[in-house]
Write a new protein. Sequence first.
Length: 334
Amino acid sequence: MFNRVARRAFSSTAASNYKVAVLGAAGGIGQPLSLLMKLNNKVTDLALYDLRGAPGVAADVSHVPTNSTVKGYGPEEEGLKQALSGADVVIIPAGVPRKPGMSRDDLFNTNASIVRDLASAAGDYCPKAALCIISNPVNSTVPIVAETLAKKGAYDPKKLFGVTTLDILRASRFISEVANTNPTQEKVSVVGGHSGVTIVPLISQTTHKGLPKDKLDALINRIQFGGDEVVKAKNGAGSATLSMAQAGARFAGSVLNGLAGEADVVENSYVENPVFAKEGVKFFSTPITLGPEGVKEYHAIGETSDLEDQLIATAKETLKKNIEKGVNFVEQTS
Ligand code: NAI
């Protein structure tokens, strides 16, 4: 009897005993994201890494009374190795954000090498971890991580995710403003990539497919370029951080739910995806089911309108170039 109870207690703890590492944890996204991960009861070990400031963020967050230990690491004393060793999930918001007038692609030169080096360390120290990439341009940084890991023989396509959840959150919010509905009840599938025209919200799959053309066009444009509203309002002080932290925490939470074997955990994410692979578009965001192995199932895009078909065609053309740019970067620099 004692053994059975003890065993049950052990197995339920084991199912929610995860180490999560946040790389870039002292940044605008990293700080609130670290706080939100501290509030996730599946996380028992939270490792916060940044070039500067992570021990302070860790000390602060560690006082929140949830069941996890929090440690902060800098680059000294093999901090990155310590942060990554044993991690089940690694979330990467390290890099520079946009300033007004910049596209996400303008960040490539700075962020590409940051992401490559962090991915390489993840390949060395936690090759089995699920990697959630937030650093922009996501359309290219995800292929950079894939190529970097592949060179080490540590690439598992089922465990590499570009975080596009903010587009999903924006779509729910913005559609509720147009339709005067409760945003918590609005679910919009957003497919493609994570920048401008590669962001394709599938409004025809919602209950609002009858929107007049002018309202529909404006809504799609706002979802595609919603990030610009924040960049402009912050006026040089960066891009979305708080809503992004919420989006990142939701996505990483779903990855953890999948690892724990929960049923029907579905999110959209930019992953190596069979959907348009034959046309040369290796990475594409569609709904996926998350499971213990990472991606458990790739879902079809579903029915789309003629307008959405055109948007997907445009997205594919841009994505091909973004992906190629990432792949070439790794080939040329390693
Ligand atoms: P931030 O500048 O406030 O923070 C970035 C942090 O990364 C800093 O603390 C910096 O010290 C750290 N960092 C830089 N190089 C590093 C390295 N090699 N190792 C570890 N840490 C390093 O920037 P913010 O606003 O947090 O944005 C971070 C990234 O997230 C940007 O690339 C931004 O474009 C992207 N982003 C992505 C979104 C998405 O939907 N996927 C939405 C919003 C932003």
